[in-house]
Design a protein around this ligand. Sequence first.
Ligand code: BJW
Length: 245
Amino acid sequence: MMQRSCDIPQELIENLRAANKIAILTGAGMSAESGIPTFRDALTGLWSQYNPEDLATPQAFEHHPRLVWEWYSSRRSLVRQVSPNQGHQALAAMERVVPTVTVITQNVDGLHQKAGSSRVLELHGNIHRVKCSQEGTIVGTWEETGTLPPRCPHCQALLRPDAVWFGEPLPQEPLLEAAEAVAACDVFFSIGTSGQVYPAASFVHFARRSHAEVVIMNTDEKAQDFPDFHRLNGPAGQILPELLQ
Ligand code: BJW
């Protein structure tokens, strides 16, 4: 018998196999084992002197567009170098076990799609896309060329990353689809998120109210510490493949 990295209740494994619909909210911890730093764990290197929350705001972009662009360029270049981890791959493989699997991600790295998940709802945008800061139109994916910050080819306003910053509304279509998936699911997972940023953080409660079985998976046993939820404490890249065995 294989040694598991945490106690996975047999009942949960059986409920997962019997489920018709599952919804999975992922956060930065999902990509940590791919080598992408999370937001609220300690950061090292050049950007340790900045608070990401101070950079991910419209105000930061207004006052320091070049700084914000440089932050996103360095993150984009890291994302290009990394691969999906075993956790991303296990979620993609779950589609062979459960008829409807909806991945709702707060991550902007595109790693779920790269791993092969077919239904991914991006709540906070995608780091590879850029849009016009005035018109909001998506201009395309960004190639690291030219001087920063770049300008919109149509109206000459500044271009910006297609990421959702604090105080900005989430894109309506994925948000509505996510709410529907959460309301309809049999099992809801919240994986690798501190649960501090809304509205994504409210999904565990929606799921609970809709009578879904709720599972929190996190390396920090204090994260999203609510009673009545299953907890799987440990790294998602280890636990998720074990759930499918
Ligand atoms: C592992 C692991 C491993 C590590 N395995 N686990 C007061 C109350 C309620 C709400 C508000 C409020 N004041 C303001 C608000 C709203 C605000 C908000 O929530 N603020 C809170 C901070 C209080 N929200 C917003 O502003 C949102 N918009 C909005 O509400 O709009 C309303 C509106 C309507 C109409 C008109 C106008 C407005 C927008 C939020 C946007 C968030 N943006 C960011 C950056 C952009 C994307 C990017 O550049 O990447 O999104 S901030 C950052 O936080 C990023 C993340 O997606 C998001 C969530 O972080 P996440 O994923 O949880 O990461 P961490 O680092 O916090 O946690 C990682 C976890 O993983 C940890 O727990 C680790 O233990 C764990 N872990 N390794 C498993 N291997």
